[in-house]
Design a protein around this ligand. Structure first.
Ligand code: KG4
Ligand code: ZN
Length: 335
């Protein structure tokens, strides 16, 4: 018998709902992004995000059911992101999911946002099965995860300061590119020389797979300030390309090291930064040298969406994971 999960995601600035069949087949993937609203503030304003989620969530869910050709009577369970994320934003999705589960007598399945990002790879690659090592790099997180099974995840490394996406967003601001910065830096970097400026690649103690991106961020800021003070022209494309090269070097190196340590034959990438063209190319090329294959989702499944939440919810649902109606939003939920 087929299993249909309705996924709901509202952890940051995307209100999203999706229906996924058997954890692998996306029947609908509706995303209402608030980017244009937050753009003028240069980043997500939590209060505004919560309010917009409230305004949009009903219509987004209706649309997801409509596009899937399903009604709530066809749905087997409701999966919802309950952390990590902005607490007010998370609460909108969690409250909505609880209300629907109660009204329809449906099981409620809590989903960790990062597990959702990882699971996006199962939607994009129908034959992909654990174990594999996954790099999750988004606006709020940078983790190297050993995906031992569909529901058993071990963190091998993480950022000690900024997330990779956060660094992209900050550098975009320094270069006057706008928000969100990742895609804009990615685009501008294509016109620049990645070896033009030697920005630092921070190495932690030799056994650690952790990242640090605050050093490269500060180096870029100092570099541009110095040129500005001297009245010299900044080659923004070279700065973007050299910064991106430093970040993707670290992401690739640590992920491959993680894969080698646990003997993984496959590396996956996930999260908003997984949409980065340089990261995709470099990871594919570098992994090839080590006989490791690489998978990644299409960009729409890299950035925040509810299909990944429905898919992760499916695997938890099949294992019997259920939440009661006292389910809460947890802003710093551990993986
Ligand atoms: O996964 P996501 O949508 O939200 C979080 O869970 O944080 O990731 C958003 C982050 C932003 O920092 C954005 O700048 C970054 O992903 N991003 C990119 C690219 N597309 C999105 N970073 C680098 N290159 C891209 N092409
Ligand atoms: Zn995310």
């Amino acid at each position: 018998m087929d299993t249909y999960i309705l996924g709901i995601e509202s952890s940051c600035d995307e209100t999203a709902a999706s229906v996924v069949k058997n954890g692998r087949e996306v029947l609908s993937n509706v995303i209402n992004t608030q980017i244009d609203i937050h753009k003028k503030y240069g980043g997500v304003v939590p209060e505004i995000a919560s309010r917009k989620h409230i305004e949009n969530i009903d219509a987004v869910i209706d649309e997801a059911l409509l596009q899937a050709g399903k009604t709530l009577d066809d749905i087997d369970a409701i999966a919802v992101t309950n952390g990590p994320g902005l607490v007010g934003a998370l609460l909108v999705g969690v409250s909505e999911a609880k209300a629907m589960a109660y009204a329809k007598g449906l099981p409620l399945v809590p989903v960790h946002h990062i597990r959702g990002h990882i699971t996006a790879n199962f939607l994009a690659h129908k034959d992909l099965e654990p174990p594999f090592v996954c790099l999750v790099a988004s606006g709020g997180h940078s983790h190297i995860v050993n995906v031992k099974s569909y529901t058993d995840f071990e963190v091998l490394g993480r950022t000690r300061d900024d997330a990779a996406g956060e660094a992209f967003d900050k550098i975009a601001r320094v270069l006057g590119l706008g928000y969100p910065g990742g895609p804009l830096v990615d685009k501008l970097a294509k016109e620049g020389n990645p070896k033009a400026i030697d920005f630092p690649r921070v190495k932690m103690d030799k056994d650690s797979l952790d990242f640090s991106f605050s050093g490269v961020k500060t180096a870029v800021i100092n570099y541009t300030h110095k040129l500005e003070q001297n009245g010299e022209e900044i080659n923004r494309a070279d700065v973007a390309a050299s910064f991106q090269d430093a970040v993707t070097d670290a992401l690739c190196e640590h992920t491959i090291e993680g894969a080698k340590r646990v003997g993984a034959k496959t590396v996956a990438i996930a999260g908003g930064v997984a949409a980065n063209s340089n990261l995709r190319e470099k990871m594919t090329k570098e992994c090839e040298k080590h006989g490791i294959s690489v998978v990644y989702p299409p960009p729409v499944l890299c950035t925040d969406n509810a299909a990944m939440i429905a898919a992760a919810g499916y695997y938890s649902y099949m294992e019997g994971v259920r939440a009661d109606l006292d389910l809460n939003a947890i802003p710093n939920l551990p993986l």
